[in-house]
Design a binder for this molecule. Structure first.
Ligand code: C2E
Ligand code: MG
Ligand code: MG
Ligand code: MG
Length: 284
């Protein structure tokens, strides 16, 4: 009996594993195709100035709607692209599309565009620098409208080239933001060792802020620290009015979350811009 259970457990694990490997292989090929066919799209989520409720920025978030698998989450395909090397092409796509879009939106609103960068893209600093410069020149977007989001993982194993590149980008006028702040492994000393302008409080802290005193204290502390270091703060994952009110009360200047809008296609984002802001709950 014991033996049989053991065998079942093993074969269950085995088929499960096979299915994962199968899916990964298939996604790998289809992602390559999606890049060739130019079928990856950027959605945009508004970044709000909490005091005025106005849209001051847009975060570009990649969307992949596959014919067979449907919407595949970036939480799945970005790590995959980091492993198979496609991240460099995906990154280039994001830069080009987002800069073009943001340059066009400058006619309506002086908003800033936030683009996510994976640490893997910083393995080839020269290539990355060229991609960013190309994105800016071909679109005509002023560098100070570009906000570069990186995560704390970039700061752990960084090379001197990474520091040089970040400094170069900042001296061109680009903004540098630490994304998902508070969940990584970085030490606080990184905050002034690297030339950051802004930090984004991870949405994990927002989720329980209502019920959890410790999370609320952490958010207070992050905002006080950011102020002392002259960093702007964006709170991500605002879902409830209560959070927005509290954040405003403790002088957190910017926010982003489903309360205002989910990430939406460019056309829908334009509607948000022209209506100033009306929370909508469509998109993905
Ligand atoms: P991120 O940069 O931290 O982006 C924020 C994520 O939180 C997005 O998920 C967004 O849809 C989601 N979000 C925003 N507001 C709320 C809210 O109120 N509640 C909840 N529950 N979620 C909210 P998404 O679009 O699935 O992206 C996941 C991650 O994938 C991003 O995290 C980013 O790290 C990565 N990613 C997305 N697009 C790109 C890209 O073009 N390049 C790179 N390198 N990474 C990307
Ligand atoms: Mg981000
Ligand atoms: Mg984030
Ligand atoms: Mg994230």
């Amino acid at each position: 009996r014991v033996k049989q259970d053991g065998r079942n457990a093993f074969s269950f694990y085995n088929t499960d594993m096979n299915r994962d490997v199968q899916r990964t292989l298939e996604l790998d090929g289809r992602l390559r195709q999606a890049i060739t066919n130019d079928s990856l799209e950027l959605y945009y989520q508004p970044i709000i100035e909490l005091e005025s409720n106005r849209i001051v920025g847009a975060e570009a978030l990649m969307r992949w709607n596959d014919a067979k698998f449907g919407f595949v989450s970036p939480e799945e395909f970005i790590p995959l692209a980091e492993k198979n090397g496609l991240i460099h092409q995906l990154g280039e796509l994001a830069i080009n599309k987002a800069c073009m879009q943001a340059a066009e939106w400058q006619k309506i609103s002086p908003l800033q565009i936030s683009i996510n960068f994976s640490s893997v893209q910083f393995r080839y600093c020269d290539k990355l620098f060229k991609q960013i410069c190309h994105g800016l020149t071909q679109s005509g977007l002023p560098a100070d409208k570009l906000d570069i989001e990186v995560t704390e993982s970039l700061l752990i194993d960084h090379s001197d080239e990474v520091v040089t590149l970040l400094n170069k980008l900042q001296s061109m006028g680009a903004q540098l933001t630490i994304d998902d702040f508070g969940t990584g492994y970085s030490s606080l000393s990184y905050l002034h060792k690297f030339p950051f302008n802004k930090l984004k409080i991870d949405r994990a802290f927002l989720r329980n802020m209502h019920a959890n005193d410790a999370d609320r204290e952490l958010v207070n502390a992050i905002i006080a620290m950011a102020k002392a270091l002259n960093l702007k703060v964006v709170a991500e994952g605002i879902e409830e009015q209560w959070s927005a009110d509290y954040l405003r009360f403790i002088n957190c200047k910017y926010g982003q979350g489903y309360l205002y809008s989910k990430p939406v296609p460019a056309k829908e984002f334009e509607l948000l811009l022209s209506h100033k802001l009306k929370p909508i709950l469509c998109g993905q």
